[in-house]
Design a protein around this ligand. Structure first.
Ligand SMILES: Cc1ncc(COP(=O)(O)O)c(C=O)c1O
Length: 440
């Protein structure tokens, strides 16, 4: 249960002068009697109380079966997940990171090859490309939906480019019609990073069914979450599926015959059992996420200092809303940061900077009011210390770098209550109003 402690929102706004409160709009002061609440960014507690008995039964069944690796649960999950993605094959594996590595290896991408992707993503997107010995080539993203900029992507193609790795970031599907057209024209493979987008569709087709291979994560906070690490690779191509399957088991097509170096990356029977209980709920949970996002979009619109994620309103485009990410912008930080702002060889030291100040203030103040938010992502991948050899000063990704200073993920999970969401909205509106008044 989420704790509700004593005190009103009014009391929780530290250091706010009475004269300032007097200037608040009516809607805010009317709601300011709401009691102090703790709203987590994500919670599994309600989901667990609903599915607990089924999960207990499924887990006990596996424990009693003695079949902990492979077996009926894994096979059943792979079949039903492939069906839900609309492809012929799904191969379970250890994590979303491994799914990406296995997909890249199955396409024989390695040293000397370049893979185009974005730097505004979780580190694993690029890490997987580097792990197979290829070079990640980063292009910028669209500031409105945070997704790979397809024009820049096309311009980055050269004779070393082997594949494109788009990320359906925060659950928002990339325009796959356009992306596939560019890939086809240039003879490139496509690996979709669907880690955050289980249950999302582009143009009526599930993500993970468009490219040569789709890579999913079932990390517990994802739209479809296991009880630990788990992932899957989806594909229509039976040869690729077989290659992924062999690579995930030490490059072993037949027992004790190893035709290539692979990995130990199997999906556990216990994780498969948990996923089998949860998968039938996925589309309902995504629908609930969509309703929550729609309320945020409606109730937070037209507020100075706040940019909402842009979405295409279409029955064919189904956003997975794994995260609801807004941008906190300041009247004083409209200039776009460039790499010349990061002259240090240890670029990491430059974060957070002046440009993050309004976002940090909002985040900390929300936390004081019990609203927990997360920053996805505070540092772009190309400026991470691990990539210092890529010569980050020569990579120009102004939008990506700016987003890292401005983005903030508001609480979103299928079971968040209206009361909790209203509290988040009112708290954020109050703070933005206050910051616009005082020009923080
Ligand atoms: C976009 C993206 N790609 C890849 C991964 C890696 O997935 P996993 O944590 O299951 O290895 C994640 C996980 O957060 C992710 O968000």
């Amino acid at each position: 249960m989420d704790a509700i402690s004593n005190g009103t929102l009014e009391e929780s706004l530290h250091g706010l002068a009475d004269s300032s409160i007097a200037k608040w709009p009516k809607w805010l002061t009317a709601r300011s009697k709401v009691r102090f609440m703790h709203v987590p960014p994500f919670s599994l507690s309600k989901q667990l109380s609903e599915l607990g008995a089924d999960l207990d039964t499924a887990i006990l069944k596996v424990l009693r079966s003695g079949q902990y690796i492979g077996g009926a649960e894994v096979q059943a999950f792979e079949e039903s997940f492939a069906k839900s993605v609309g492809v012929s094959h799904a191969v379970g594996c250890n994590s979303g990171t491994d799914a990406l590595i296995l997909a890249l290896r199955a396409l024989e991408i390695g040293p000397g090859d370049e893979v185009i992707t974005c730097s505004f993503s979780f580190f694993a997107t690029a890490e997987a490309i580097s792990a197979v010995g290829a070079k990640p080539v980063f292009v910028d993203v669209d500031p409105n939906n945070y997704l790979i900029d397809l024009n820049e992507m096309e311009q980055a193609i050269n004779n070393k480019t082997k594949a494109i790795l788009p990320v359906h970031l925060f659950g928002c599907p990339v325009d796959m019609n356009q992306l596939m057209k560019i890939a086809k024209t240039n003879g490139l493979k496509v690996i979709e990073d669907c880690a955050q987008a289980s249950g999302a569709f582009w143009d009526g087709r599930p993500v993970g069914s468009w490219g040569d291979l789709g890579c999913f994560s079932f990390f517990p906070t994802k739209n479809l979450g296991a009880a630990g690490d788990a992932g899957a690779v989806t594909t229509e191509d039976s040869e690729l599926a077989q290659r992924v399957r062999e690579l995930a088991v030490h490059g072993m097509p037949r027992r004790y015959v190893h035709t290539q170096l692979g990995y130990n990356s199997r999906l556990d029977a216990l994780q498969a059992a948990v996923l089998n209980v949860k998968l039938p709920k996925l589309h309902l949970w995504v629908k609930q996420r969509q309703s929550i996002a729609a309320r945020y979009l409606e109730l937070l619109k037209d507020i100075p200092g706040l940019c909402l994620p842009e979405t295409i309103n279409s029955i064919h485009m189904k956003h997975g809303w794994n995260q609801f990410v807004v941008r906190i912008i300041s009247p004083f930080t409209h200039e776009i940061a460039t790499n010349s702002d990061f002259p240090s060889s240890d670029a990491f030291e430059c974060y957070p900077s002046q440009s993050s100040k309004p976002r940090e203030w909002i985040k900390n103040s929300l936390q004081d009011q019990g609203v927990n938010t997360i920053i996805y992502y505070p540092v772009p991948i190309h400026l991470q210390p691990a990539y210092k050899d890529l010569n980050p000063n020569q990579i120009s990704l102004p939008v990506t770098e700016r987003l890292c200073h401005e983005v903030l993920s508001l609480p979103i999970f299928p079971e968040i209550s209206f009361e909790e969401q209203n509290y988040v909205i009112d708290s954020l509106k109050g703070l933005l109003f206050q910051s616009n008044e005082s020009h923080i």
